[in-house]
Design a binder for this molecule. Structure first.
Ligand code: AP5
Length: 216
């Protein structure tokens, strides 16, 4: 299974990405985590991106694409599956990622879109700020991250819809309910991704199915 997570800050990419990775026994590649690790180690790359992260700006495409290419090569040696969290962030990254995937025969089977409104996202990230103190979890920076998401990241959702690999889920529910719907959808798609070519598939919008997955 090869899954991309496309979602705003705080929607649950890290949370659901970890659960998907465990469920399918595939690596969880999180660009934000990889970048924060460089910053924490004060590597040359970390020093070059520290300011971007703390201001909530995107780091240059080439840096993240190189990191993901290296992670894909490792994932290929490990069976070829992955859940990619935090990339792509714009259409240029989406196109380049597709080319990397094609070159390695590892293009994504599913682009999972976690939908949530800005008020809920701000509330979650300000709560996390109290618990974890991530440098980009201040209200002005959260708002900047959300603006960037709406302006440059969200448009790629339509691109994945047109490729027939989009699955949309309502993420404003408890973690377990979102996870149940996500894993059920991915399990249902597993035979499909193995046998039906991308161009013959249809996108799936599960955002209206909250009640069926435990919304009270
Ligand atoms: P990144 O680390 O990807 O941050 P983000 O997109 O802002 O997302 P978050 O990690 O804040 O949220 P999430 O969606 O993962 O949610 P989570 O599960 O953590 O990127 C950080 C920075 O790195 C970027 O701003 C940029 O500078 C740079 N960067 C990264 N990738 C890049 C790229 N491709 N190109 C350029 N720059 C890049 O959950 C959030 C909180 O909510 C947690 O406390 C969690 O416990 C809680 N929560 C989760 N789900 C629920 C739920 N269902 N109900 C209630 N609470 C929940």
């Amino acid at each position: 299974m090869r899954v991309l997570l496309v979602a705003p800050p705080g929607a649950g990419k890290g949370t659901q990405g970890a659960l998907i990775a465990t469920h399918f026994d595939i690596p969880h590649i999180a660009t934000g985590d990889l970048l924060r690790d460089h910053v924490a180690r004060n590597s040359e790359l970390g020093r070059s991106v520290r300011e971007h992260l703390s201001r909530g700006e995107l780091v240059p495409d080439g840096i993240v694409l190189d990191m993901v290419r290296a992670a894909f090569i490792e994932a290929k040696a490990d069976g070829g599956g992955y859940v990619l969290d935090g990339m792509p962030r714009n259409l240029a990254q989406a196109r380049e990622l597709y080319e990397i995937g094609r070159g390695l025969e590892m293009t994504a089977n599913v682009a999972l879109h976690l939908k949530a409104n800005d008020e809920e996202l701000i509330r979650r990230l300000l709560t996390r700020a109290v618990l974890q103190g991530r440098s980009d979890d201040t209200e002005p920076v959260i708002r900047r991250r959300l603006t960037l998401y709406h302006e440059v990241t969200h448009p790629i959702v339509d691109w994945y819809a047109s490729r027939g690999i989009l699955v949309s889920v309502d993420a404003v529910r408890p973690v377990e309910q979102v996870a149940r719907q996500v894993l059920t959808a991915l399990e249902a798609m597993r035979p499909l991704v193995q046998h039906v070519p991308e161009h013959a598939r249809r996108s799936v919008d599960l955002t209206g199915l909250g009640a069926a997955f435990g919304r009270s």
